[in-house]
Design a protein around this ligand. Structure first.
Ligand code: G3P
Length: 338
């Protein structure tokens, strides 16, 4: 942690003074999208990773959607369970799960019922940027794989209990339109009272142009087209015909592409940012509208340095005078009651 603070201070010093104003499409500070939950700390796409992301100040929790064998929408990035769950070890003592193994040794999400999936626990992906920081990791905890409904419930219930509006950013990861339909059906569920629709607390995304077009045509929830970064205004306008934003890779995005996207009215939220503070300084200087990050706390710390939050408003003199008069009135009232 000490090393990270020193690194952060060095990076910010090199970056120079804070900007006068963000260069985002709407002029607000870039949003922080917690990629597969706080996946830099905890097993990705688990209830605990999403909860940690919200507690770290993420503006959105992000996750990928598949349909199980019994057609329940669930949150998983890979089409197979091998890299992010304990399925291999579990199957060793559960023949009915072992029977689901494909000839090539993979356990495919779409062969599992929800009940079978819920027997498993999320585990840390062995890859840079995932569970790299073990501060919050407990080896004795079972990490809970989430349904899409539970993912939505987390954000909505967090709002009901804290008043803080954290959005959701589901990605249609399985091919075909059924998963896109399931994503929109969840966002439109009346039990959320418009939290994800009329209150604006959701974005959707896909790498697939057909899915992007479907999400765009069937919902007012903004949709991001992943993996593209237009180099010309013409290209940006053609993307704007089917999407509201783009999600280029971190290496793909440039200030020029962000500018072309903005001129076409597209937001720019690239993926994926890791535990290197310099990556965020670069992104914020490119004018991005948000970042997909495995480390929402770090993204927020750098954002506060580059774009300091607006100070809390202090009462104006006239408001103070009114408050004073109100207090005097209350004192008088209490005296009369005695
Ligand atoms: O969802 C945005 C970005 O994360 C795309 O990458 O592979 O995590 O879906 P992936």
């Amino acid at each position: 942690m000490q090393l990270r603070l020193v690194t952060l201070a060095t990076v910010l010093l090199a970056a120079g003074a804070a900007h006068a104003a963000p260069m985002t499409l709407n002029g607000d500070r870039p949003v922080i999208v917690s990629h597969r939950g706080a996946s830099g700390y905890l097993p990705e796409e688990t209830i605990q990773a999403y909860q940690l992301a919200m507690s770290m100040g993420a503006d959105y929790i992000e996750g990928d959607v598949y349909l199980t064998a019994d057609k329940v929408a669930v949150m998983l990035h890979d089409g197979t369970l091998n890299a992010t769950t304990n399925v291999v070890a579990y199957a060793a003592t559960h023949p009915e799960i072992a029977a689901l193994r494909s000839a090539n040794g993979t356990y495919d999400v779409t062969k599992f019922t929800l009940a079978q999936l819920k027997e498993l626990s999320g585990t840390c992906r062995v890859a840079a940027g995932y569970c790299t920081d073990r501060t919050y990791f407990n080896p004795n905890t079972s990490y809970t794989l989430a349904t899409y409904g539970e993912f939505l419930d987390l954000a909505y219930n967090n709002y009901l209990t804290t008043g803080t509006q954290v959005g959701v950013f589901p990605e249609a990861k399985q091919s075909g339109l059924a998963v896109a339909e399931a994503i929109l059906a969840g966002l439109n569920d009346p039990k959320y009272n418009g939290y994800f629709t009329t209150m604006g607390n959701a974005l959707t995304q896909s790498f697939d142009a057909t899915q992007v077009s479907y999400l765009n045509a069937n919902s007012d929830v903004p949709v991001s087209y992943l993996g593209v970064c237009p180099t010309t205004d013409t290209a940006a306008r053609s993307i704007a015909a089917i999407a509201d934003g783009i999600g280029p890779s971190r290496g793909q995005v440039t200030a020029a592409c962000a500018g072309a996207a903005h001129r076409a009215g597209l937001t720019v939220i690239p993926y994926t940012y890791t535990n290197d503070p310099a990556q965020y300084v670069t992104a914020y200087n490119q004018g991005v509208d948000g970042v997909f990050t495995n480390y929402p706390d770090l993204a927020g710390t750098v954002r506060d340095q580059v774009f300091p939050p607006a100070p809390t408003p202090v009462p104006e003199p006239s408001s103070l005078a009114l408050m004073g008069m109100g207090l005097l009135g209350l004192v008088g009232l209490r005296r009369r009651k005695r």
